[in-house]
Design a protein around this ligand. Structure first.
Ligand SMILES: Nc1ncnc2c1ncn2[C@@H]1O[C@H](COP(=O)(O)OP(=O)(O)OP(=O)(O)O)[C@@H](O)[C@H]1O
Length: 246
């Protein structure tokens, strides 16, 4: 058990390190995701973002360090109960219908499937009601991603961990997703998401964390990031942050 501190962050990574194949993928990552904030984790391909989330979700064990969810060691299953997760590569069982998949996800969380709620969740992501009785194998890439988001969002959770949630979304669904994220923040929910779209991070996130080669280079607001690197845009600031580390 990790001792809680006050005010308690939704997620606390403390000196998290992970090696894969003799290579350091995470090098002592320390980061608090505050309760009620929307934090964007950014970094180049292979920076270690998904690995950090996998450690958080106990999909793999960190070699060093600790991770706590609302003050509870993330390796305890009860710590992850208030959390919904969308993986980077969302691959639902192709033989299920959309409705069967959503019902299954809710059942795993001890919740009942409610068609009205499912339709509202789909509508909020611009997924047509006809997707519910359709088999997932017939879905387009964007439809599959919307179903993954719907599965993450349909259960009422305090914390959402979304790995590249906008991957494959069309512009309308993308805008609707951003609205949904703002709504979650208004409700005091916490969101940790990864994204390669710095414009989204700028428009949406309270703070961003830049991970490069397994180490955090910067954590703060988009404005603070631009100021810190003397940059006019977040893109320039990001480029400066990863060059500084080389
Ligand atoms: N199971 C594994 N075995 C070996 N190497 C791994 C494993 N998982 C991740 N890695 C390596 O760890 C590094 C970080 O990968 P990770 O998927 O965390 O990066 P990422 O920042 O999420 O990248 P992307 O933006 O491309 O999704 C990569 O070099 C990857 O090859």
């Amino acid at each position: 058990m990790i001792l809680s501190t006050s005010p308690q962050p939704a997620i606390r990574f403390t000196r998290v390190a992970k090696r894969h194949g003799g290579r350091d993928v995470l090098r002592g990552v320390t980061l608090d995701v505050r309760a009620g904030e929307l934090l964007g984790l950014v970094g180049v391909n292979g920076a270690g973002k998904t690995t950090l989330l996998r450690c958080l979700l106990d999909f793999c064990a960190a070699d060093e360090g600790e991770i706590a969810l609302f003050g509870i060691d993330s390796r305890e299953s009860r710590a992850r109960a208030p959390l919904a997760f969308l993986p980077e590569r969302f691959e639902p069982p192709p033989f299920l219908t959309g409705e069967e998949f959503l019902a299954y996800v809710l059942q795993l969380q001890g919740q009942r499937y409610d068609e009205r709620r499912a339709l509202d969740t789909l509508a909020a992501l611009d997924l047509a009601p006809s997707a519910l009785p359709q088999r997932v194998r017939e879905y387009s890439k964007g439809m599959t991603q919307k179903l993954g988001l719907a599965a993450a969002l349909i259960a009422d959770k305090q914390l959402y961990v979304l790995d590249e949630p906008c991957s494959g979304l069309d512009p309308k669904a993308h805008a609707l997703f951003n609205n949904r994220m703002r709504h979650l923040r208004e409700q005091g929910r916490t969101v940790l998401l990864t994204s390669h779209a710095l414009a989204d991070i700028d428009a949406l996130c309270d703070r961003l964390a830049i991970l490069h080669d397994g180490s955090l280079q910067f954590v703060g607001t988009p404005d603070a990031c631009r100021r810190h690197y003397g940059a006019a845009t977040l893109e320039q600031a990001f480029m400066a942050s990863i060059q500084c580390s080389q």
